[in-house]
Design a protein around this ligand. Structure first.
Ligand code: GUN
Length: 296
């Protein structure tokens, strides 16, 4: 059984990006700059954004963290995005989701210049991804593709089952796995909350590659896993636990201990897909920089 270790796979991606940034610095050029907008102080979002900023530092990217309290108005956020869109030294912009209820996520995402949309959430970039055109692939599905590539997991002609249809993970993942590229060409079944449980069990049982992104701790149990399947667990849920130092533990969507006895490969949680998401984001930021016509 192979552990698809996100630390190892992301370190390879990060080492390459660090080298590129060092060459840029040595040539006297400016380095790519990511701007992250964080609204409110949700513990999970704080952790994710802090990790994105830290990874920028480790790999030679510039970064700015722009904070708003959760009372911020939509128009204040929109004017900050406009300012970042126009700033030639900012290459990538991300707005950490979820946003407070009074803010329309779609309006915010659509305000980001598609050339700086390193999360790949803008409808223009999603449309380009669906058509197989060059684009920013959303960071988490991109991270999964990078993981499959790093560990040489074949996908062509395999049955890939994706559980969860979110705009951030499940939906783009299902499209990417079925598309024409080295980590694609799978035949894909997408299951979601309206898939009857009995059908879900039968479909998951046929998965050569199973990607689970539902945000329900230990939703998938070992009895419905096909022996030898490759398991990609995207879930990162904080489960209260008084015995843990922080008062919670991170749980995936798959029962790791049992499933790892049946699978041929599995991503751990934490230490799996989460780290690859950041690798995907950094690669997108480098891509935004390179496609940026101001950069000399
Ligand atoms: N919230 C959960 N995942 C993501 C992500 O990949 N990007 C952003 N911006 N917010 C998220």
């Amino acid at each position: 059984m192979l552990i698809l270790d996100g630390k190892i796979a992301s370190a390879a991606v990060k080492a390459e990006l660090l080298k590129e940034n060092q060459s840029l610095k040595a040539a006297g050029k400016r380095t790519p700059h990511l701007a992250a907008i964080l609204v409110g102080n949700s513990g999970a979002s704080e952790t994710y954004v802090a990790s994105k900023v830290k990874n920028c530092e480790e790999t030679g990217f510039d970064s700015s963290l722009i904070r708003f309290d959760d009372q911020v108005t939509e128009s204040e956020l929109l004017s900050k995005i406009k300012e970042l869109n126009l700033n030639p030294t900012i290459d990538g912009i991300l707005v950490q989701l979820p946003l407070p209820k009074h803010i329309d996520d779609e309006k915010i995402i659509e305000a980001i210049d598609p050339n700086k949309d390193v999360d790949g959430f803008h409808p223009m970039n999603i449309g380009r991804m669906v058509q197989g055109l060059d684009t920013f692939i959303p960071a988490t599905p991109y991270g999964v593709l990078l993981m499959l590539e790093y560990f040489n997991i074949p996908t062509k002609g395999k049955h890939a089952v994706v559980v969860g249809r979110s705009n951030i993970v499940g939906r783009p993942m299902s499209i990417l796995l079925s598309s024409e590229h080295p980590q694609g060409n799978a035949h894909v079944t997408l299951c979601h909350r309206h898939t009857p449980k009995a059908a879900l069990d039968l479909i998951v049982k046929q998965a050569d590659i199973l990607v689970v992104a539902v945000g329900i701790p230990e939703f998938i149990k070992a009895d419905i896993i096909k022996p030898g399947a490759v398991i990609i667990d995207v879930g990162i849920t904080r489960v209260p636990d008084e015995t843990a130092k922080k008062g919670f533990r991170i749980k995936g969507d798959v029962t790791y201990e049992e499933v790892s006895k049946v699978a041929s490969a599995i991503t751990p949680v934490p230490g799996g897909v989460g780290l690859m998401t950041i690798a995907g984001l950094l690669k997108n930021t480098m891509k935004a920089y390179k496609g940026h016509y101001y950069h000399n």
